[in-house]
Design a protein around this ligand. Structure first.
Ligand code: SF4
Length: 334
């Protein structure tokens, strides 16, 4: 199975419940950013996400309120670096008690110290380790030597200890597609559970020439799509077709909502200037979803992010028997 059965079923149950209740839009993933503090300053990361002070982190109560307000079954704890959040253990325990599936999105530097032997493995807990290429590229993107070796060692140890462990890779202008395939091979070598591959988003706060144009995304993802059936790639075939420029999809920014130390970020975690809301109700009711779905905003022009489009890719597949079968086969394989 591409993902553990419980995780796949939780998403299917949520989709069916929301649709039976007549909701056209609903969140499935909450990207919870309890802190904007990080032990790295990666070159493709938005500046505000790694320059915050630990004292400005969210309280546990604030995290749980956001989780309860939005009702998403999957909580992606990111930031900032989640392993620096002092209350991570209590946060994970509280989320598991709520029946949520938790993804900890980490650079893995502190995994051994802050997670192993502190938070036990669980079918509800996934470690998502950031690796943006092989040694030289990843250390360049992370702006620090040795991070690649540390992350690979952490993946090996995490698997030995029984944690569900995935690799998350972002494709930039300099990324060689061959290197992405090497990472896919490494998933098998390390016995990791899969790899998520997404094109980098062009943050306005990052003034380096590292991001891809739409045409460059298509060229790289056509090659990635071609070799993906050989590996445990955790993006649906429809999403890869979209990233390769072979189909169009509307955005579904409401499917992956984002709660930050400044509040609910509208419409998604990527867009820089559409504002924050203190309350979930105003975020949900006052955001012009139709506008953002249309991708007409200049900030959406080169966006092909997994978080915005995977929901639409699955919705598109569910419209035909051929799509349903393709999705089921993909989901059961590897
Ligand atoms: S296209 Fe990208 S940037 Fe625009 S709303 Fe969707 S996810 Fe956000």
């Amino acid at each position: 199975m591409r993902y553990p059965i419980g995780f796949t079923m939780a998403q299917a149950r949520h989709r069916s419940k929301m649709e039976r209740a007549g909701h056209k839009r609903y969140p499935t993933v909450l990207m919870l950013e309890p802190l904007y503090t990080c032990n790295l300053a990666c070159i493709g990361c938005s500046v505000e996400r790694h320059t915050g002070k630990l004292k400005d982190r969210m309280s546990l109560e604030t995290c749980f309120k956001a989780v309860d307000d939005c009702g998403a079954p999957i909580i992606n704890i990111c930031g900032g670096e989640p392993t620096l959040y002092p209350e991570l253990k209590e946060l994970v325990e509280g989320l598991i008690a709520r029946g949520k599936y938790i993804i900890i999105c980490t650079n893995a530097i502190k995994l051994e110290e802050k997670v192993f032997d502190v938070i036990p493995p669980s079918p509800h807990l996934f470690l998502m380790i950031h690796l943006d290429g092989m040694r030289e590229t990843h250390d360049y993107v992370c702006n620090r030597a040795g991070v690649f070796d540390k992350a690979v060692d952490a993946i090996r140890k995490a698997r030995e200890r029984g944690y569900y462990t995935f690799i998350n890779t972002t494709v930039y202008k300099e990324t060689q597609v061959e290197e992405v395939e090497d990472l896919c091979k490494m998933v098998d070598e390390l016995n990791a559970n899969g790899i998520l591959i997404s094109p980098g988003y062009e943050y306005e706060s990052v003034d380096r020439e590292i991001f891809l144009t739409k045409e460059q995304i298509h060229t790289k993802f056509k090659k990635i799509k071609d070799f993906s059936p050989k590996y445990r790639v955790n993006a649906t075939p429809m999403f890869l077709e979209f990233a390769a420029g072979m189909r169009e999809l509307p955005c579904a920014p409401w499917s992956t909502v984002n709660y930050t130390p400044m509040g609910w970020k509208a419409p998604c975690y990527l867009v820089g200037d559409a504002g924050f809301h203190k309350e979930y109700s105003s975020f949900w009711n006052d955001t012009n979803w139709e506008y953002w779905e249309s991708r007409q905003d200049h900030q959406c022009q080169n966006c092909k992010m997994h978080s915005g489009f995977e929901h639409s890719a699955v919705a598109e597949a569910m419209k035909s028997m051929k799509g349903i079968l393709q999705l089921a086969t993909w989901s059961m394989s590897k």
